[in-house]
Design a protein around this ligand. Structure first.
Ligand SMILES: [Zn+2]
Length: 98
């Protein structure tokens, strides 16, 4: 389900849009599949899982979309560590092998 919040209308400012459909993804609904792509657009984390063409905006349990993002190698695997700016919810997302 896509949720519209005040202030998000200009997220892609200037008429530029990230290709493909962008939907909200709750941190609690993150799939177990590796993260194949991610980027931060104006402080909002966009993620892509598996081979899907769809991109998701990662949304915290507290409804915030701003994450502290850090990449790290753990046990030989790349991991994207995300931590909510607001409530501190943290999660590590495995990255797909390059
Ligand atoms: Zn939060």
């Amino acid at each position: 389900m896509t949720v519209s919040l005040p202030g998000t209308a200009n997220l892609f400012g200037g008429g530029r849009r990230w290709p493909g459909r962008v939907t909200d993804l709750r941190i609690s609904d993150v799939p177990g599949t590796p993260l194949t792509a991610w980027r931060v657009v104006e402080g909002v984390l966009h993620v892509r899982f598996g081979d899907g063409a769809r991109d998701d905006i990662l949304v915290c349990v507290c409804d915030r979309r701003h994450w502290i993002v850090e990449t790290r190698a753990i046990g030989g695997r790349g991991v994207l560590l995300v931590k909510c700016h607001g409530c501190g919810t943290a999660r590590d997302l495995p990255l797909a092998a390059p």
